[in-house]
Design a protein around this ligand. Structure first.
Ligand SMILES: [Fe+2]
Ligand SMILES: [Fe+2]
Length: 301
């Protein structure tokens, strides 16, 4: 079983990422996976999400999507709340464009199940070195630096309640898998393990680390001995960690765009190849770090 995985494309809405999206598709086709996974944050705009999924859907394999926080952001027309987007709009967009929205239903191949969730954050991944009051995390603002979900995510629960809600759903999905399932791949946007987090020892970066994910989600995964692999996005620093029996990865592209000649190399680094054979998980050529460091994003020529 071969998986190709990427996240955090953050496709720009002016159409200037066409070559990049074409490059990602070409690389996935070259890897010829059984399952292609995108772990969220394609765009703040539903129209771009729809168009990008249509371009990246590959008929020869199963295409799985998990929404990211940016995909749930309120749009100018305010037609859908974040909860409506997560509950049904993203699923419909996926279906219309050749993808399965994995949080809607696990995807099963023989004895292997893919279980998906956006995951959320409860500030448990905050840097232990900082002394910042809980109220700053709850308001998502510290010394003028704001985590933008504060303005753009709309639902009626707190972050800790959201984390709890998605955790309960994950437990439900795991407990309802058919009896023949022996191995589970977890796919999320937010990260479930501190080992996937990256701290720089400076602000505002380490303040924002509190919004990366939740340790409680990782504990649920570790309790289920079938879980072999965890694939996430959201952190724009790529990492790989072995946590007990679980190989855990973050697979973001991130913000930053090369010149057209640089696209092939960037895409090769961005699309992770993951091979699962029995209980063995291999990630040949996995590239760690921020692969977009020093590349411009907003003012692309
Ligand atoms: Fe992102
Ligand atoms: Fe994100």
């Amino acid at each position: 079983m071969r998986i190709a995985a990427i996240s955090d494309l953050h496709v720009r809405s002016d159409g200037s990422d066409k070559a990049l999206v074409d490059g990602i598709r070409a690389r996935v086709e070259e890897l010829s996976p059984d399952v292609f996974i995108i772990a969220g944050d394609i765009s703040d705009r539903s129209q771009m999400l729809s168009q990008t999924l249509a371009k990246l859907s590959i008929p020869e394999c199963e295409n799985l999507y998990v929404a990211g926080n940016h995909d749930l952001w309120l749009e100018e027309d305010n037609r859908f709340s974040s909860l409506e987007k997560y509950s049904h709009v993203i699923g419909e967009t996926c279906r219309a464009n050749g993808f399965i929205h994995l949080p809607d239903n696990p995807y099963i191949v023989d004895d292997l199940a893919f279980v998906g969730s956006i995951g959320w954050y409860d500030y448990s991944l905050r840097s232990h070195d900082l002394r910042i009051p809980d109220s700053a995390y709850e308001q998502k603002e510290f010394r003028g630096e704001v985590w933008f979900d504060a303005f753009s995510i709309e639902w009626d629960f707190s972050d800790c309640e959201a984390t709890e809600l998605f955790n309960r759903r994950l437990e439900y999905d795991l407990s309802n898998l058919p009896g023949e399932i022996e191995r589970v791949v977890y796919v999320s946007h937010h990260i479930p393990f501190r080992e996937l987090s990256f701290y720089k020892g400076r602000l505002p970066w380490d303040f924002f680390s509190a919004f990366m994910g939740a340790e409680s989600t990782g504990k649920i995964l570790l309790k289920d001995t079938r879980v072999r692999l965890s694939i996430s996005g959201h952190s724009h620093v790529r990492k790989k960690a072995q946590i007990g029996p679980i190989t855990a990865l973050t697979v973001p592209l991130g913000y930053g765009r090369p010149s057209d000649e640089g696209i092939t190399d960037l895409v090769r680094a961005a699309v992770a190849q993951i091979d699962i054979n029995g209980d063995t998980v291999e990630v040949p050529g996995f590239v760690e770090g921020d692969i977009c460091a020093d590349l411009p994003y907003g003012n692309h020529p």
